[in-house]
Ligand binder design. Sequence first.
Ligand SMILES: Cc1cc2nc3c(=O)[nH]c(=O)nc-3n(C[C@H](O)[C@H](O)[C@H](O)COP(=O)(O)OP(=O)(O)OC[C@H]3O[C@@H](n4cnc5c(N)ncnc54)[C@H](O)[C@@H]3O)c2cc1C
Length: 416
Amino acid sequence: MSGSTTTTATVCVAGCGPAGAVLGLLLARAGIEVVVLEKHADFLRDFRGDTVHPSTLEVLDELGLAGRFLELPHHKVSTVGFVRDGRRLDVADFSALGLKYPYIAFVPQWDLLHLLVSEAARHPNFRLLLQAEAYELLREDGRITGVRFRTPDGEQQVRAHLTVAADGRHSAVRRAAGLRPREFGAPMDVLQFRISRRDTDPDEGYHLRMAGGRSVAVINRGSYWNIAYMIRKGGYDDLRRAGIQPLRDDVAGLVGFLSDRVGELTGFDDTRFLEVRLDRLRRWHAPGLLAIGDAAHAMSPIAGVGINLAVQDAVAAANLLTERLRRTQDTGEPIPGRVTAAVRRRRWVPTVATQGLQRTAQRFGIDRALRGQAAPDYSAIAKLPFVRTLMSRLLGVGVRPEHVRVPAAPPRGQGR
Ligand SMILES: Cc1cc2nc3c(=O)[nH]c(=O)nc-3n(C[C@H](O)[C@H](O)[C@H](O)COP(=O)(O)OP(=O)(O)OC[C@H]3O[C@@H](n4cnc5c(N)ncnc54)[C@H](O)[C@@H]3O)c2cc1C
């Protein structure tokens, strides 16, 4: 990290999740000076989602990264469904869509982020500052002109023509800009923990299992299963009061092959509580600022599409802003609000449509299931060929998929 207290850049991106990492890479490779701030010291956290959908695989392909990505340890899943009361129901099958990558790749998100930032670091105009937590905005004449951030060495600032809030669903930058999202609510939160994996366990990347008002998503991480156990919103204190055994029993009941080792869960200290939110900003920009990814529209975990939407926002932002940013970089002219507003216009329909699907699933599936009410049986509808094709396209490709249109400036050294 630089010893000086002020860094300058054309763009400062707060947050190095999928949205911030992809935007940082795209801008740096196009020759824009970009600083990305990440509050953590690394990317190694289990709560990051792992699903890389066909549309994101295409983006990686367009960036020349698909080969390196697919060398990472991963599981491919070409159908999406769930097991309810012991019966499996597939709602999407990507193999019939004629896609270049007809599957979801399950890859630990830290591997994806490492790949993106190591590629970005090949460009001299990319800087990633770790342990750099944005907390306040710089302002001049009514415009946002950068960010103040905390580091272990003290407070510093980045001065930038454009500040991008990519700091996730609790975005401090969006809050500092006075942008308030409309909340849609979610009926659940998630408790996440690990249970060891054995060679005799199923070789699947992902299971979602529901029965008797309980549901878990089980993700294969090689040596262990990463478990996301859904709890009713507001039900966490009751769960803790009941003690660890009922939680172990639920996991054993839902995922039979884990029943011999649920005892690895010794107490709630082995678990992590994750708040689920579903919200959306009406305006994603302010003078000198743009919000993308969960900072603009927090996604529920349903269908595991939040990462992909965040990546698509970043691609759209780079496509729409790069030319204008080059001019600003050369002349110092501010970026007009209509240019940043175009990102929201472009991404509004995909965001509203995807959140609409998640809200429907929350209301008619998860909410009822968590209340112990029988959810309606949609299996006959889900099996209709056109419904399956529609769901496959919505989940795999999304509404209005984005493609990388910004050409690359030559990277540092050569050897691409
Ligand atoms: C329990 C749960 C499970 C989920 N599972 C999946 C899944 O399997 N697949 C899927 O596609 N989506 C999933 N989602 C949704 C997905 O996590 C988000 O939609 C996606 O991560 C959004 O990406 P992002 O880059 O916008 O934000 P984030 O991934 O939240 O990244 C924000 C980054 O900013 C950093 N940051 C935060 N504040 C600051 C600050 N002040 N200064 C600097 N840095 C900061 C954070 O450390 C983080 O690295 C899940 C959501 C939840 C709640």
